[in-house]
Design a protein around this ligand. Sequence first.
Ligand code: TA6
Length: 282
Amino acid sequence: MPGNIQTIELRGLPALRLSTASGANAALSLYGGQVLSWQPRPGDERIYLSEAVQVDGRSALRGGVPVCFPQFGEQGALPRHGFARTAMWSVIEQRTGDDFALATLQLVDSPETRSLWPHPFTLELTVALEGERLDLELEVINSGHAPIAFNAALHTYLRVAEVEECRLEGLYGFNYQDALKGGEVRRESGDALIIDDAVDRIYHDVTRPLLLRESARALGINHDGFPDVVVWNPWEDGNARIADMKAGDFRRMLCVEGAAAHRRIELGAGESWFGRQTLVTL
Ligand code: TA6
C-alpha cells in the first residue's frame, strides 16, 4: 500500500494528513504552513502542540513547526517572527509513493504582506514523510526585480517526555548568542546541552548534525542551508507568562530550530535559497 494524503480539519483548521504504509503520519496546517504533528510510528508523537493553542485566525499557533519569515523574533519592526506563521498557505503539490508522502505548500506576497514588507516573494514549504524520517524544506524565491534580505527559521517544537532528562549533542565548540544574557556571545563548552533552566540561544554556523537523546528514545536532527541552530525552552517562569501554554508544559517541549537568524540572507532578483531540517528516529 502506498503513502496517502488526506484533506482534513484539525482544530478547525484546513490541514493535510500524510501517512505511509509503515504507519508514520504527519499533520500539516494550511494556516501558518505549519506541521502540527509527526509520528514516525503510530502513537510515538515527536512534535509538541499546546493543548491551550489559540485558533482564531490571527494568532500564531503555539507548537508544531512555525515558519518564521521574513523576520526572526524581534529583530525588526514586523510582528514577532514575521508574518508567514499567521498567513494562509495553499497546497501546490501532493505526491505519494511506496513508503512516502510529500506535500508542498506555498505562500506568495499579497497586498497584506506588502503593507508590512514591500517585496515580492514566494515561499514554498515541502514536507516529506518517509520511513521514520521527516524532511522539512523551506524555499524562498525572490520573485521581484530588486534584491531582498530576510531572516527565516523552522521553529520546531520537539515533544519530549521530560526536558530535564534530555541531552542535546553536537553543539560543542560553536559560538552562541545568549538572549537571556543580553545577547552576549559565548562558546559552547559542554559535550551535551542539558536543559535544567530557561534557554534561548542562537548557535552560529553549526556544521554538525545534532542528536537529541531522551531516556527511552533518540532523534537525529540535521540542517542544510540554515546556518544557525536556535535552542529555546521558557522554563517555569517563562511558561507562566505564555497564555497559550498549560502550566508545566515546558517539561514536554524543546525547540530546536533550523534558522538564518544571526545574519540575513540576501537574494538578488530571481534568486532562491533553501533551508532544510531533517528529523530521523534513531
Ligand atoms: O526561537 C526562540 C524565540 O525567539 C524565543 O525568544 C521565544 O520567545 C520564542 O521564540 C517564542 O516566540 P513566540 O513569539 O512564538 O512566543
